[in-house]
Design a protein around this ligand. Structure first.
Ligand code: GRF
Length: 197
């Protein structure tokens, strides 16, 4: 088996998906070694959780950069300096501009089906509220490659769940989130296995 890939995790929130990926790596279910966490704000609850797993967490706040472009470059340069070969966005809420050297090496999980429930404003509970408002019978989560356009890169995998008649945004979020915990590690593992660098 080839060496584990070095993986950076980018978070803005609870760090639940990131922690789940870290555990999957450590249990040998994902052929990667987490080398760095980048957090977009110091107050993200995931910061403490991931630090207590022994991970180096770099806090890079958008407010400290002059522009989205500078911010994006700094985040990717810090990941590169850590030795990361791949990046998994895990609840990351900042725009990234993807230079050619990172194309095909950054993955994201989205809590809805794409392309219909993606794009500006479609994050977190907004997605689940939009799904309920649209009367869809199904929702789900999607793992995709990241490019310069929001929620747009090549779809690698999706998992569908039913929308139940008495669902609230919260109950739907919980059903989708449970599937995220399965889909992201599985898809990252498959993708890294197919893409030696
Ligand atoms: C998840 O629902 C994920 O799909 C989306 O952001 C949320 C992050 O949750 N990209 P967590 O911080 O991993 O708990």
């Amino acid at each position: 088996m080839s060496d584990p890939k070095k993986l950076a995790l980018f978070i803005s929130g609870t760090g639940g998906n990131a922690l789940n990926l870290v555990r999957a790596c450590r249990e040998g279910r994902v052929p990667a070694e987490p080398v760095l966490v980048v957090a977009s704000k110091a107050a993200a609850p995931g910061v403490l959780k991931l630090r207590s797993e022994g991970l180096l967490v770099a806090i890079l706040d958008r407010k400290d950069a002059n522009s989205d472009e500078v911010y994006s470059k700094v985040c990717l340069d810090v990941a590169k300096a850590s030795g990361a070969e791949f990046i998994a966005l895990a609840g990351w809420l900042r725009r990234l501009s993807i230079p050619p050297e990172w194309e095909g090496r950054i993955l994201n999980i989205h809590p809805g089906l794409l392309p219909k429930f993606g794009g500006p404003g479609m994050y977190g509970m907004h997605v689940h509220r939009a799904v309920l408002a649209s009367g869809e019978k199904e929702s789900g989560c999607t793992v995709h490659l990241v490019d310069d356009e929001l929620d747009h890169g090549r779809i690698l995998a999706e998992c569908r769940v039913p929308v139940l008649p008495d669902d609230t945004a919260e109950t739907l979020q919980q059903r989708v989130y449970a599937k995220e915990m399965e889909l992201y590690p599985k898809t990252v593992a498959e993708y890294l296995g197919e893409n030696p660098r």
